[in-house]
Design a protein around this ligand. Structure first.
Ligand SMILES: Cc1cc2nc3c(=O)[nH]c(=O)nc-3n(C[C@H](O)[C@H](O)[C@H](O)COP(=O)(O)O)c2cc1C
Length: 209
């Protein structure tokens, strides 16, 4: 038995290439073991709390080993329970579109909430930065209108893949599988082939998860 947290970041639902591929992953994961659990976090269907001043003050209190005020402690509690929820899974699936060469703002908002000192990463002058989400795997399904893997010049504009891989590595993930779905802004036939090939890769990874 294993628990997958599926984080969905496209608002396009039945028109989304990243979600279509993710659905193949989820089905294969469920078929692999009847006891496997999947929780879907649709970032377009939840109200994410603001990461406002009191929470930022609390973050710096944690970072500097200081006691928070009552207001800061309350503000931090909501963050802390979100991170506890995030860390409960055994493996992770993220499906997301490229937006303006990077990731959709809803996913960035979620990442800004869960990337916290003492919860998902730590720092000490002796050991430097250390990720605290360890021993877990993540799969990224990255849909993009253009093609960024075809040349170094195009790849230099791809802040979707580089950011997601970097931030997950920063919080401790060592096993990250990345599936590119590109280009999606093309004729129906090549797009279908691209999506079909990504689905095949997704199914193979899910069976091993
Ligand atoms: C707001 C917005 C910004 C986008 N920016 C880019 C971009 O910078 N580069 C690109 O190749 N495609 C871009 N696209 C196209 C999407 O990445 C592409 O349609 C992708 O398939 C969307 O994923 P989805 O089908 O899972 O929603 C953008 C689309 C939208 C709606």
């Amino acid at each position: 038995m294993s628990k997958l947290l599926y984080i969905e970041a496209s608002p396009r639902k039945d028109r989304s290439a990243s979600i279509e591929v993710a659905q193949s992953f989820v089905s294969a994961f469920q078929d692999a073991d009847a006891n496997n659990l999947v929780e879907t976090l649709d970032l377009w269907n939840v109200v994410l709390p603001e990461f406002h001043g009191a929470r930022i003050n609390a973050k710096y209190r944690v970072l500097h080993g200081e006691n928070p005020s009552t207001e800061e402690a309350i503000a931090w509690e909501e963050i802390s329970s979100m991170v506890t929820h995030f860390k409960e899974a055994d493996s992770y699936l993220f499906s997301l579109p490229m937006w303006n060469f990077s990731i959709p703002y809803k996913l960035k908002h979620y990442i800004d909430l869960i990337c916290q000192p003492g919860l998902t990463w730590s720092f000490s002058p002796e050991t430097g930065y250390q990720g605290l989400v360890t021993g877990k795997s993540a799969t990224l399904i990255l849909a993009r209108g253009g093609e960024y893997s075809s040349s170094a010049e195009a790849g230099a504009m791809d802040f979707q893949k580089t950011y997601m891989e970097m931030i997950l590595g920063f919080i401790g993930f060592q096993e990250i599988n990345t599936i590119l779905v590109e280009p999606t802004l093309t004729d129906p036939e090549p797009k279908e082939k691209t999506v079909a090939s990504a689905k095949e890769t997704a199914i193979n990874i899910a069976r091993q998860s």
